[in-house]
Design a protein around this ligand. Structure first.
Ligand code: COA
Length: 259
């Protein structure tokens, strides 16, 4: 039914696998559309009581938004891309009344790290790597990264990761509170499913209220997500964004001018 994702429902748990392994499962327009539809199914189908999001292949969870779609976008297009993702996917995951867990099986970079952070919590394989490398492209995160990373790991470390674009390994992500558990690659899905199954033995109404209240407690700024979308768009009107996207696609380092 889907072209860019796979879904499987077993014992009331829907596993959603982003399936573009040749492009490191990068989030293009189609992935966002199909993830949005799969999440609607999670919300509406009474047989589905929880979801797990993971990536296809051994290398990547999701290596970010699809940079090849950035080249022709101006400021309005950049903001529209971020807003569409928030509405169809990221905010829908965060606010889902049913638990949604990210099982991070490899690179979770940019929009991939943001996708994992929008989930209610995260598990990771030993090979998982996390980072927000948007500054390498002359950009900032647009899918909630500046807000949710601060919620999860605190201001100082979030500032450093966002400004350096450094990648961190699974064990450091666990030490920082970004992931709850690190499993071997072979065990990742089974162990994550076990956690979901445990949650499904509890009262669903209570679980949905916990999700809502913990989200409320963790919200740093009520306007932060909207401001991020606006400023993400502003970055698209810079020369540095053109240079950053071109440099990635030409497989060379970017040279930024500050304009
Ligand atoms: N958007 C579009 N294409 C992407 C992508 C992205 N975010 N991430 C990876 N790809 C593509 C590569 O262009 C490459 O395509 P090609 O085979 O047609 O040349 C393919 O996926 C494999 O990636 P490659 O870079 O060759 O693999 P690698 O093992 O050398 O490096 C990464 C893996 C994840 C470190 C590297 O791909 C990367 O840095 N990706 C971008 C991360 C990023 O900046 N994300 C934030 C986006 S806002």
């Amino acid at each position: 039914m889907y072209q860019t994702i796979l879904t499987q429902v077993e014992q009331h748990i829907c596993t959603i696998t982003i399936n573009r392994p040749d492009k490191m499962n990068a989030l293009n327009k189609d992935v966002i559309t199909e993830l949005g539809a799969a999440l609607d199914e999670v919300y509406q189908n009474a047989d589905i009581k929880a979801a797990i999001i993971t990536g296809a292949g051994a290398k990547a969870f999701v290596a970010g938004a699809d940079i090849s779609e950035f080249t022709d976008l101006d400021g309005n297009g950049g903001s529209a891309l971020a807003k569409r993702g928030a509405e169809l996917v990221f905010n829908k995951i965060e606010n889902s009344p049913k638990p949604i867990i990210a099982a991070v099986n490899g690179f979770a970079l940019g929009g991939g790290c943001e996708l994992a952070m929008s989930c209610h919590f995260r598990t990771a394989s030993e090979s998982a790597r996390f980072g927000q490398p948007e500054v390498n492209l002359g950009l900032i995160p647009g899918y909630g990264g500046t807000q949710r990373l601060v919620q999860l790991i605190g201001k100082g470390k979030a500032m450093e990761l966002l400004m350096t674009a450094d990648m961190i390994k699974a064990d450091e992500a666990k030490a920082l509170g970004l992931v709850n558990h690190v499993f071997t690659a072979e065990e990742l899905l089974a162990k994550t499913t076990e956690i979901a199954q445990k949650i499904l033995t509890k009262a669903p109404v209570a679980i949905s209220k916990i999700i809502s209240l913990v989200n409320e407690a963790a919200t740093v700024s009520p306007t932060g997500l909207d401001n991020e979308i606006r400023m993400f768009g502003e970055c698209f009107d810079t020369e540095d964004k053109k240079e950053g996207a071109a440099a990635f696609l030409e497989k060379r380092p970017a040279v930024f001018q500050g304009k």
